[in-house]
Design a protein around this ligand. Structure first.
Ligand SMILES: [Zn+2]
Length: 279
């Protein structure tokens, strides 16, 4: 239990860092350099203003210095990162027998992927773009990962449970993930060509490629299906409640990132359930 607690705290801290990454990417500032400051009054924040979740709660969601309201994005990103880190841990972490010394790689990669998906989710939702500075390194890291999944990291007796993470399986060379990446991105590219760029952006093509690398086949299908269904429902809801009209732009990246996270946890359960119905 204590391990779970530390992972949650670690996730909160990384979540706080992700908020800074999102802000600094938009403001074209260096991610690594410079102290954190209030986006409104630019006052440099003290260490006790930077405690994830708690400082937001104790300050009543307002800046200590200028009393401007702090966006709910800050505590939500921190909380989501903490919770998802805790949830991803049993999938890739050190508690599984035979995971051995390589589990730390799996865990790091799991944390990295969760972080990337959270940044893409929030950034595309806010600014309608998926930043290359985030997606391109993630594609490189995940390509190396799926290429090494069958070779360098091969662990003979290590089998993931039914709801495991196929790209991290470590038991096969993951050609599947490369095929899933090219297949998914080709699909989105064709949507762009058909719609002349009205339905999707090129960022979605890159994200689809990353999703294929992370999820592999057939779990990529669960992610895409989830993204399109939830996108349609929420899009229809926004139009129904007059938040958006038919012509307004709704970014698709958040649905793709959300679908990827959903498929990480439930992909294989749903695939097995679906195959059981069919067969
Ligand atoms: Zn302020």
């Amino acid at each position: 239990m204590t391990v779970i607690f530390y992972i949650f705290i670690f996730g909160l801290i990384i979540g706080s860092f992700l908020n800074a990454v999102i802000y600094r990417l938009e403001a074209k500032k260096s991610v690594c350099r410079g102290r954190s400051f209030c986006p409104e009054c630019k006052h440099i924040l003290a260490w006790y203003d930077l405690i994830p979740l708690l400082s937001f709660i104790f300050l009543g969601g307002k800046c200590r210095y200028c009393h401007q309201e702090i966006s709910i994005q800050y505590p939500l990103v921190e909380l989501a990162t903490g919770l998802l880190f805790v949830l991803i841990f049993p999938l890739v972490g050190g508690s599984r027998p035979m995971a051995g010394q390589f589990s730390i790689f799996n865990l790091s990669y799991g944390f990295y992927i969760i972080s990337i998906l959270i940044v893409i989710f929030v950034y595309d939702l806010k600014y309608y773009i998926i930043p290359d500075k985030i997606i391109l390194p993630a594609i490189i890291v995940s390509s190396l990962w799926s290429l090494s999944a069958g070779n360098y990291l091969k662990i003979e007796n290590w089998k993931l449970p039914a709801q495991g993470w196929s790209a991290l399986g470590g038991e096969i060379i993951d050609v599947n993930s490369l095929l899933a990446a090219f297949g998914a991105s080709a699909f989105f590219l064709s949507l762009i060509i058909i719609s002349k760029g009205r339905w999707m952006g090129f960022g979605d093509v890159k994200l689809a490629f990353l999703m294929g690398l992370i999820l592999s086949f057939p779990n990529i299908l669960v992610a895409l299906f989830t993204a399109f269904i939830s996108g349609a429902i929420i899009g229809a809801g926004l139009i129904l409640f007059k938040k958006k009209d038919l012509k307004s732009q709704i970014p698709f990246g958040p649905f793709l990132a959300g679908g990827t996270i959903f498929s990480l946890f439930f992909g294989e359960i749903i695939i097995n359930w679906y195959l059981n119905i069919l067969l």
